[in-house]
Design a protein around this ligand. Structure first.
Ligand SMILES: NC(=O)c1ccc[n+]([C@@H]2O[C@H](COP(=O)([O-])OP(=O)(O)OC[C@H]3O[C@@H](n4cnc5c(N)ncnc54)[C@H](OP(=O)(O)O)[C@@H]3O)[C@@H](O)[C@H]2O)c1
Length: 331
């Protein structure tokens, strides 16, 4: 760990930034834990099942690299990801309060009442870790956003969770969620949305502008476009054949189209002696000041090491603008 990364008891360090206006501090790069689903639920088409030892090593490597927070969800293997994350953190010697934990409520075929009814189960899966950020996974429940946020506010008031966030919400939905939480003396911490240099829709559809206006953090998911922005599928397209079908189908269409962008990232990466994925992540969390943080996933410890290492160098203004220009055609 670098000398200037003095870590205190709550897991924050000199490099952390605020998570919305919650007072919670997170590193610009966290670790996504969808990959810890053990091949169950929606993960089946995208991620092969990891061994417990593999998961433990990924989490330990992320921590060693200075990452201080982790994003999981009820839907990631129906509790398996939360349990695996908790086990790995404990095996790495972490106790409650040492790291920041984000999870998500599954809204499918449910009402807002289920946010309250399921929180104990989430806490049980994550035990002994508490929930720093509880998010509504999509705007898809039978209840209104207002009811969902009132349930979240109740949980904040009772100390069951520390803050509330949303995911896959539009600018307007985010605004409504924030308004309800403010009426209860809370704030909306974050909106977790898809964002990468190959998918910059949030810069055009009002989500990023609204988040900045209201002091809500954008948590970028799939920041590496599920591995595409490492450049490995460009280097050897046959590698894609070994990946689960849903991911393979999705990525196959954009490999050739994105090749010029990958070439630019390679040139910049060489100048800094870093990898293509590190340049892609570094750009994402620095191009908009502190408005965006990200949670790359990992299936190997070296992925987590690379992601953490993406916080250790600075792109020049020219380099950031070059990437900006090259990636605009994918907006
Ligand atoms: N809120 C939502 O609706 C939502 C949706 C999706 C994801 N998420 C969250 O966001 C997190 C990240 O998104 P994601 O997992 O979809 O995509 P991602 O972070 O863009 O891609 C992660 C995958 O890319 C590959 N990879 C990562 N680092 C690499 C490196 N340095 N070199 C080569 N390959 C590398 C690995 O896959 P292989 O080794 O298999 O190639 C890894 O599993 C998830 O874990 C989850 O927490 C949230």
């Amino acid at each position: 760990m670098m000398e200037d990364e003095r870590m205190n008891a709550s897991g924050s360090n000199d490099r952390t930034r605020p998570l919305g206006r919650t007072g919670i501090m997170v590193t610009p790069i966290g670790l996504g834990a969808w990959q810890f689903s053990e091949g169950k639920g929606g993960a089946r088409g995208s991620w092969k099942s990891l061994t417990p030892e593999g998961t433990d090593e990924i989490v330990k490597t992320a921590l060693d690299g200075g990452i201080n927070w982790f994003d999981t969800a009820e839907l990631y293997g129906f509790g398996r990801s939360e349990r695996g994350l908790s086990r790995a953190l404990q095996r790495a010697g972490k106790a409650n309060g040492d790291v920041v934990i984000a999870t998500k409520w599954n809204p499918i075929l449910r009402t807002a009442r289920s946010i309250t009814n399921t929180v104990e189960k989430r806490l049980d899966c994550l035990k002994p870790f508490s929930i720093d950020l509880h998010q509504v996974h999509f705007p898809a429940s039978f209840s209104s956003i207002k009811s969902e946020m009132l349930a979240m506010a109740d949980l904040i008031e009772s100390g069951k969770i520390r803050s509330a966030g949303v995911s896959n919400f539009s600018a307007e939905q985010m605004r409504r969620a924030h308004k309800t939480l403010v009426s209860r003396g809370c704030v909306l911490a974050s909106n977790q949305v898809k964002y990468s240099i190959l998918d910059r829709r949030i810069e055009k559809n009002g989500i990023l502008d609204t988040a900045r206006e209201l002091g809500i953090t954008i948590i970028a998911y799939s920041p590496l476009e599920m591995g595409l922005l490492s450049g490995k599928f460009h280097e050897d397209p046959s590698v894609l054949q070994s990946r689960p079908i849903a991911r393979r189908m999705r990525l196959r269409r954009i490999v050739e189209k994105s090749r010029p962008l990958i070439t630019t990232l390679e040139e910049i990466a060489q100048a800094h002696d870093v990898s293509v994925s590190q340049v892609a992540l570094n750009w994402l969390v620095n191009f908009h000041g502190e408005a965006v943080v990200t949670i790359p996933g990992a299936t190997k410890a070296r992925h987590a090491r690379e992601s953490a290492g993406a916080m250790s160098f600075a792109l020049s203004k020219d380099e950031k603008e070059r990437i900006d220009e090259m990636s605009r055609e994918f907006c």
